[in-house]
Design a protein around this ligand. Structure first.
Ligand code: COA
Length: 290
């Protein structure tokens, strides 16, 4: 087996996507042969390319006989190390490939006082992350159709669409909540997601990304602002598309209450794994960029 850094080539981005798709479909008990959603495929390839370009030292592949069998994507943002992806082909699991890839990616985070990742419910993943020193916070998710009857009152905090000229505001909110900004990852999210929503008032600020039914990242300086942003994001979910708000630790009860008010179903799924910080709040992480 060879472990090497990923390169910024379409072949390597495709290898990341294929290993990741196979690993997560196996975990979910889904058939391997169904074609991927074309939009999601484009996004996954672009995410791999984005991270390999910005964090080459954090992105690794394990190869056997010239074929990728495992991948890790990680990032470093202002003293925070984040794991964006760890996946091993089902037939290669349980032989230490995940451990070696996590060690390599983790070396990229040396010197970072804080670490963050969203873990799946896979017991092998939980074991790896706890053994790497992360504290595991079990997480919940809210899913299902939005009950629009609960949305008639928009509330009094103004929310408006955001753009690349407001990145300093997003960076300030993130630094306050988690000690580090998302930096270049906003360019990816602005290019690939449907909405960036911003609230900026004398009482506080916050922002939220949405794509389709999914709330991808939400950060705010108060629960009131966070609630308003989440309600606005869910109001924008297209009719007939199920909503999904995931990776919610118990700190995000404000989000649980919004979801329950709007008819979403609550269930448990995976962990938020943290090292050197408490789960940020009010905050909904993005598993790809944390
Ligand atoms: C999580 C994943 C990357 C681990 O890769 P891997 O190569 O199987 O990992 P390793 O073999 O290095 O380690 C797995 C550990 O979990 C243990 N393990 C495996 N299955 C287990 C189970 N059902 N219950 C408890 N422990 C389990 C193994 O014994 C091993 O522990 P050990 O090294 O202390 O003996 C891989 O299983 C995977 O791709 N899962 C699906 C995708 C996923 O969930 N990725 C993580 C997303 S955050």
């Amino acid at each position: 087996m060879i472990i090497r850094q990923l390169r910024d080539t379409s072949a390597d981005a495709e290898a990341v996507e294929q290993v990741s798709r196979a690993a997560f479909r196996h975990l979910a008990g889904k058939p391997q042969d169904d074609p991927p959603d074309p939009h999601q495929l484009v996004r996954e390839l672009a995410r791999a390319a984005h991270l390999v370009r910005h964090d080459p030292g954090g992105c690794w592949v394990a190869e056997q006989d010239g074929r990728a069998i495992g991948v890790a994507l990680s990032l470093r943002r202002e003293g925070l190390w984040g794991l964006s992806l760890l996946a091993v082909l089902p037939e290669a699991q349980g032989r230490g490939v995940g451990r070696i890839l996590l060690e390599r990616a983790g070396e990229y985070g040396r010197g970072c006082l804080r670490g963050l990742l969203c873990s799946s419910a896979d017991p092998a993943a939980a074991r790896r992350y706890r053994r790497a020193g992360f504290t595991l916070h079990p997480t919940m998710q809210l899913a299902g159709p939005v009950d629009r009857a609960g949305l008639v009152d928009p509330g009094d905090i103004p929310v408006h669409p955001g753009n690349a000229t407001q990145l300093h505001l997003l960076d300030s909110v993130d630094r306050r909540l988690r000690g580090s900004a998302h930096g270049p990852d906003h360019a990816f999210m602005l290019a690939h997601y449907d909405d960036l929503l911003i609230a900026d008032t004398l009482a506080g600020s916050g922002y939220c990304y949405r794509i389709g039914g999914e709330v991808k990242l939400l950060a705010a300086t108060s629960k009131r602002i966070a609630v308003r942003l989440l309600r606005e994001a869910l109001a924008r979910v297209p009719d007939g598309v199920p909503a999904l708000v995931s990776h919610l630790t118990a700190e995000q009860e404000w989000a649980v209450d919004v979801g329950l008010e709007l008819g979403l179903s609550l269930s448990t799924s995976g962990y938020l794994a943290v090292r050197g910080l408490r789960p940020p709040a009010p905050y909904v992480p993005n598993p790809g960029f944390l």
